[in-house]
Design a protein around this ligand. Structure first.
Ligand SMILES: Nc1ncnc2c1ncn2[C@@H]1O[C@H](COP(=O)(O)OP(=O)(O)O)[C@@H](O)[C@H]1O
Ligand SMILES: [Mg+2]
Length: 231
């Protein structure tokens, strides 16, 4: 489903000096996997997830999603892929201000199908247990509720791939457990879930872990609770 091959990402600092955030990264992810990307702060986790989520492009190397080679795509082509194939969940929720939960969930329908199906948006909120909060503004919701709205928004166009960058990083343990319960359910339904985390309790949900160190891939292993199946 995903093939990252020899990907590098170099940013330029304000003073023009280059920062090599990703160096020669290669891995594959099969459809339906649930994996975490872990590693110290600054090791390149978000840079990698942003490339996988079509929010950024690699400096070198290739990124294939469903066999499509995306590294040469224009911004417009990437936003099309993002609208249909990828649900992205951020640490800080990124809900639109002065916008209700329901309106937030409807936004990706404008970029995907091109029209809003309100019944579908309500069903998505019900799915994350927030049917009764549809007309509330983000500021009226707890952190855990805001993240569940963000997950409903990520799911609204039914993408096969869910990417989450420290989705529980701003939540208390109860809110975090709710969010992880939903992500686990999405995985059980057959979606591919990739999440960046620092948290051992969160990492325990996953069946595979990729470790980043200084922009390089340091290890890639199956987790003990999921026996490795015959290939
Ligand atoms: N937009 C940017 N401009 C310049 N440097 C960046 C930018 N984004 C990230 N970096 C640098 O790239 C490196 C990796 O960052 P990041 O991918 O955010 O790591 P992580 O998510 O593991 O904390 C860090 O040194 C960071 O300072
Ligand atoms: Mg990060």
């Amino acid at each position: 489903m995903i093939e990252v091959a020899r990907v590098g990402k170099t940013y330029k600092r304000g003073d023009g000096t280059p920062v090599a955030a990703l160096k020669d990264i290669s891995f594959r992810i099969e459809k339906g996997e649930f994996l975490t990307i872990r590693g110290p702060s600054g090791s390149g986790k978000s840079s990698m997830l942003n490339i996988m989520g079509c929010l950024d492009k690699p400096t070198c190397g290739t990124y294939r999603l469903h066999g499509e080679e995306l590294s040469g795509y224009t911004d417009k082509q990437l936003s099309h892929v993002r609208a249909w194939k990828i649900g992205f969940v951020f640490q800080s929720f990124n809900l639109m201000p002065r916008t209700t939960a329901l309106e937030n969930v409807e936004i990706p329908m404008i970029y995907g199908p091109g029209h809003v199906d309100r019944k579908r948006a309500i069903a998505a909120l019900e799915r994350v247990g927030l049917g009764a909060r549809a007309h509330h503004y983000g500021t009226e919701l707890s952190g855990g509720e805001q993240q569940r709205v963000a997950i409903a928004r990520a799911l609204i166009n039914d993408p096969p791939l869910i990417l989450a960058d420290e989705p529980t990083g701003n939540l208390d343990s109860a809110g975090g457990a709710e969010v992880m319960g939903i992500l686990r359910q999405l995985h059980r339904e057959g979606r591919t879930v990739v999440l960046v985390t620092h948290d051992d309790a969160v990492a325990a949900y996953a069946e595979r872990e990729i470790l980043f160190k200084d922009g390089a891939l340091a290890s890639d292993r199956k987790m003990a609770q999921f026996p490795v199946e015959a290939q």
